[in-house]
Design a binder for this molecule. Structure first.
Ligand code: NAP
Length: 283
């Protein structure tokens, strides 16, 4: 019988994860399929338990459940515990569930190995302090960023993230700012958008585009649309690097695949499947 994998979230219809993983299964001749499970908050515990009992082998977890799901996972990888969020679950034959977070490593792998941006000694800034911002900030601190500045409309959330980073990475200077524009100091090297702002037509620009300098790398974690207003402005101002979230999506997915199947995933095939999905469906 084909093994089952899938994504739990709400909503999930927009996700390209099934396209990417099913292409990898086909390429490797693995008898498995990946499905999207749209689950309402009130049914999350029951649905998760049911999928585990029915023998699902692996899950990805997305908005808005990456933090909530921790309550029901048997074992937590240290990185997921630090970040406070799980995006990948492996289920053993005896139904033990293992929670991982591949978002941060997916982001940093793309940043360092594909973009060739080494965060060591760099001044970085993150818009947002939610689940993905936590993963990205941890990965920047682990890779010796000199400074991480944070802004979130929820100031408490930004402060909590600052405290966690300071407690775990004493060599990194972490600050919160009260206006998004204050992230854009002259010597800033990397700006990451980890808010959903830019996903929908008419979303406002969170920063003053005139403050985007030419030396800046701008990385928007949103991948649909492929070019958010932030990235269009960065392009206009000829910023040094301009990237959407497709690379991170690919690498966090590849890492999940490796956790589930303990084999190297066919990255090129997964990337091609994502690119085709983008050209077919992206807004
Ligand atoms: P989340 O936990 O909801 O966090 C988003 C944070 O941004 C929240 O704290 C939110 O505050 C804040 N925010 C919203 N609008 C803002 C604004 N105008 N100014 C400042 N802060 C604002 O979501 P998440 O799971 O971290 O995901 C964030 C985004 O990352 C997603 O929308 C998705 O596009 C992207 N993402 C990409 C990948 C990838 O692989 N490329 C993976 C996962 C997520 P409130 O809660 O108060 O609104």
């Amino acid at each position: 019988m084909a093994k089952l994998y899938g994504l739990i979230g709400f909503p999930v219809k927009h996700s390209y994860s099934a396209i990417m993983h099913n292409a990898a299964f086909r390429e490797m001749g693995i008898e498995a399929r990946y499905e999207l499970f749209e689950v309402k908050a009130e049914n999350l515990e029951e649905e998760f338990g049911k999928k585990v009992r029915q023998g699902i082998c692996g899950l990805n977890i997305t908005i808005p459940y990456k933090e909530k799901i921790i309550e029901w996972v048997d074992k937590l990888q240290q990185e997921a515990r630090l970040i406070g969020a799980v995006n990948t679950i492996k289920i053993d034959k005896d139904k033990t569930t293992w929670g991982f977070n591949t978002d941060g490593l997916g982001f940093i792998t793309h940043l360092q190995e594909v973009i060739n941006f080494n965060p060591e000694g760099k001044k970085t800034a993150v818009l947002g302090a939610g689940g993905v911002a936590r993963a990205v900030s941890v990965s920047l601190a682990q890779n010796k960023a000199k400074e991480i500045s944070l802004f979130d409309i929820d100031k408490e959330r930004a402060l909590k993230l600052k405290e966690m980073l300071e407690a775990n990475f004493s060599a990194c200077v972490v600050r919160t700012v009260s206006e998004a524009d204050d992230l854009l100091q002259e010597e800033l090297d990397l700006l990451v958008n980890a808010t959903p702002c830019g996903m929908h037509r008419g979303d406002p620009l969170l920063i003053n585009p005139y403050k985007l300098s030419k030396r800046l790398f701008v990385y928007d974690l949103i991948y649909n649309p492929g070019e958010t207003p932030l990235l269009s402005e960065a392009k206009k101002r000829k910023c040094a690097g301009i990237f959407n979230g497709l690379g991170m999506l690919l690498y966090q997915g590849a890492l999940a695949f490796k956790i589930w199947l303990e084999v190297d995933p066919p990255i090129k095939v997964m990337e091609q499947a994502l690119k085709e999905a983008m050209s077919q469906y992206a807004a």
